[in-house]
Design a protein around this ligand. Structure first.
Ligand code: NDP
Ligand code: GDR
Length: 321
């Protein structure tokens, strides 16, 4: 039985990856940081199937202990301060967790058992002010937020450990991916949740920032398969994972409200609070390397994703009402 340690187990991707690995008969360990209230909502349905290990990317000793305790074949580093907007408010903290967290984990692996395979959750935010479109593994990076800069450090330190110590360390450069388990502050879930609340008469309006930015949105459930595939290859490499389609935030709003038969223009207002000091205007990935080498392709398209998220929020909020 293969063994995997997932950091960020309570997050969106952690929950889908845990499901995926359990279906492949892995023994799954999840690194969980201490908090005053349990955050296991995304993985409640997996209760009893995951072994939790208390630890934090800020605490090197806890990571060494987690590796010793789980004796993993594979480590997936999904933990991060992952909200771009918050990274301007807490830039040093974001660098500590999202950037230096990766090297702490790599060191824990190197010192314990350097044969363990390592996956780093890199991000299309590293392309930031894009230097070419679509973006590939060869596109130069230009991050536009403290989060993007921190992810870039984590990305290069992963490459560096691969080249310095011959460790199996791979980075997935994943474009935005969403799901019904997406955190409520990210724009897609903020939109579907608010649209449903408006439909149910629980809210009157939705305040948003930049409606013009374009994102390449896929489904988290599809993307975790790519993470696993990267660790099953002969050699560790980096891969862009994306749909190749790009849509504006406005188009997402229109589609989500449209699913509910609502005219979004009556409810959506712009608010400066949600504008960012520096914006990433356009992301559009080219994942042909992953298609060729990993045989990976996204299954859920933009409209299916919007529908899935709206339907889930409708079900949840109707029940709670
Ligand atoms: P989430 O924000 O949903 O999950 C982040 C996870 O990290 C949570 O489990 C959180 O725990 C954990 N975490 C935060 N800080 C620490 C810490 N100091 N020590 C240990 N754990 C910590 O992110 P996603 O699931 O959406 O994304 C997974 C990873 O992929 C992240 O690294 C993200 O930056 C990256 N990424 C995401 C993309 C996306 O579109 N979703 C695209 C590209 C990259 P807690 O529940 O306690 O807060
Ligand atoms: P992003 O996701 O920054 O791309 O990072 P987010 O959903 O937060 O923003 C996407 C775009 O929408 C615009 N926007 C708003 N965003 C939020 N959150 N709230 C608003 O009200 C709003 N109005 C407009 C933003 O300006 C932006 O252009 C996500 C995270 O999951 C990262 O961890 C990951 O690395 C990248 O995707 C790829």
């Amino acid at each position: 039985m293969k063994r995997a340690l997932i950091t960020g187990i309570t997050g969106q991707d952690g929950s889908y990856l845990a499901e995926f690995l359990l279906a492949k008969k892995y023994k799954v360990f999840g690194l969980e940081r201490r908090s005053s209230q349990s955050k296991r909502e995304n993985i409640a349905h997996l209760a009893g199937k995951i072994e939790f290990i208390s630890g934090d990317l800020l605490d090197e000793a806890s990571l060494i202990r987690a590796i010793n305790q789980s004796e993993p074949d594979e480590v997936y580093n999904l933990a991060a301060q992952s909200f771009v907007a918050a990274s301007w408010k807490q830039p040093v903290y974001t660098s500590e967790v999202t950037g230096l967290g990766a090297v702490r984990l790599l060191e824990a692996i190197r010192q314990t058992d350097p044969k363990i395979k390592f996956y780093q959750a890199s991000s299309s935010e590293m392309f930031g002010k894009v230097q070419e479109t679509p973006q590939t593994e060869k596109t130069p990076f230009y991050p536009r937020s403290p989060y993007g800069v921190a992810k870039l450090y984590a990305h290069w330190i992963t490459v560096n450990y691969r080249e310095s110590y011959n460790m199996f360390a791979a980075s997935g450069i994943l474009f935005n991916h969403e799901s019904p388990r997406r955190g409520l502050e990210f724009v897609t879930r903020k939109i579907t949740n608010a649209a449903v609340k408006i439909k149910l008469g629980m809210e009157k309006e939705l305040l948003l920032g930049n409606l013009d930015s374009k994102r390449d949105w896929g489904f988290s459930g599809d993307y975790v398969e790519a993470m696993w595939l990267m660790l099953q290859q002969k050699e560790a490499r980096d891969y862009v994972i994306s749909t190749g389609e790009t849509h504006t935030v406005r188009e997402f709003v229109e589609a989500a409200f449209g699913e509910l038969g609502l005219d979004w223009k009556k409810y959506v207002k712009m608010n400066k609070e949600f504008m960012r000091p520096a914006e990433v205007d356009l992301l559009k990935g080219d994942s042909s390397k992953a298609a060729k080498e990993l045989k990976w392709k996204p299954k859920v398209n933009f409209h299916q994703l919007v529908k899935m998220m709206v339907e889930n929020d409708l079900k949840q909020l109707s029940n709670s009402k």
